[in-house]
Unconditional design. Sequence first.
Length: 186
Amino acid sequence: MNVYFEAFSIFFKIGAFTIGGGYAMVPLIENEIVTKRNWIAKEDFIDLLAIAQSSPGILAVNISIFIGYRLKGIPGSIVTALGTVLPSFLIILAIALFFHNFKDNTVVERIFKGIRPAVVALIAAPTFSMAKSAHINRYNVWITILSALLIWLLGFSPIWIIICAGLGGYLYGKWKTGKQKPDAKQ
């Protein structure tokens, strides 16, 4: 099968049937791209996900662009981005055309109330998977907890958290390599 068509159909399917946004798409993208097809290594996927999260724009579109680029360069990124956004565009267009017909329908309202807990689970599942892949353990879990609390309780900007975490990682790496160097006097 043509890689472009296969990538487009994967991202189109994920875009069409995932409710809850980019974070809910992450486990599906990982399953299709990393697990089933081995197009990208798990560590590379985690790195691409980190870059996609820190880049401006929509997470699902960003990750699809990065994966498409990794697979087939600029044409691949265009194909995967279209596959991701086209379903949402078509669905929103249909909803806009017919919204007045079902906006007060109690069945539709109940369906969306039932979907909400599933969306939370879809977002939580990749969090644990990513934590394992990122080697988060009892010694460094405090960084994750502190970052979440600073954002949630004190309203810190995630941008500052990313900058501080990056700077902290750089300084820790410098300290650790400086500590491991053999003594010059020996």
